[in-house]
Design a protein around this ligand. Structure first.
Ligand SMILES: C[S@@+](CC[C@H](N)C(=O)[O-])C[C@H]1O[C@@H](n2cnc3c(N)ncnc32)[C@H](O)[C@@H]1O
Length: 226
């Protein structure tokens, strides 16, 4: 399947983008979104954003939302920064950090309207499954970070990882499975385009954060890291 969504040139806000989309590296405190973006808007997080093939398109399509891209590889982060500024995006910021650390220690509880995790490293060998990003603990942290009504979206090409994603997502009491919106499904990542070109199926799943109290198993809420 080819990418079907082009980046609309006029989708950016009037304000000029900053010199760098990369956030300052204060890793001891939770991120204050109001200090990162010019407009206070719903915030969506992508973990493992790669070179930004999803988040660049999606943030351009949704100037009424703010987006934070997390990626640990500097070269990929620099691409997001360069392309995002070239596109004039003011609603996109990027952070070079480890994904689980960000979710656990840098995101305020009940602050995200969406969490996107697309094609995380599959660790196909059974003895490596414990290294996979999405597990029971991750979904507890995701449930804590999302606002009631916020959504968690995952994609993978790996059948056994997909089974694990669905198992832990469905086991999270704070989540209800939902259908991915068509407009989101149409925004495919570079990895996804490559898989589809090679005839490899890609799998999607989504959950909505219930309005009931968050999971009791997540870390206690705190306004600063340890
Ligand atoms: C297979 S790529 C997928 C990139 C992108 N989501 C896409 O679909 O095109 C996985 C990305 O996640 C990043 N990554 C893997 N583990 C990570 C971690 N623990 N923290 C932050 N980034 C991570 C990798 O550097 C890589 O860029």
């Amino acid at each position: 399947m080819e990418a079907t969504v082009a980046i609309p040139a006029a989708a950016t806000t009037a304000a000029a983008p900053p010199d760098s989309l990369v956030l300052p590296q204060d890793i001891m405190n939770r991120i204050q979104f109001s200090a990162c973006f010019p407009a206070e808007q719903p915030v969506e997080l992508e973990l493992g954003a790669g070179d930004g093939s999803f988040i660049l398109k999606y943030s351009a399509l949704h100037p009424e939302r703010n987006f934070l891209a997390v990626e640990r590889l500097l070269g990929r982060l620099r691409k997001i920064d360069r392309k995002g500024r070239r596109l004039g995006l003011t609603n996109l910021r990027a952070l070079r950090l480890e994904a689980s650390y960000v979710l656990e220690w840098m995101i305020q509880p009940a602050s995200l309207s969406a969490l996107h995790v697309y094609f995380p490293d599959p660790w196909p060998k059974r003895r490596h499954w414990k290294r996979r990003l999405i597990n029971h603990r991750f979904t507890e942290l995701a449930a804590r970070a999302l606002k009631p009504g916020g959504r968690f979206f995952v994609r993978t090409d790996d059948a056994s990882y997909f089974e694990q994603m669905v198992e832990v997502g469905n086991a999270q009491a704070a989540f209800t499975p939902v259908t991915e919106p068509a407009e989101l499904m149409a925004v495919i990542t570079d990895f996804e385009a490559d898989f589809n070109k090679d005839g490899i199926a890609t799998r999607h799943a989504a959950w909505e954060r219930n309005t009931a109290a968050p999971s009791q198993h997540a870390s206690p809420e705190a306004s600063t890291a340890p």
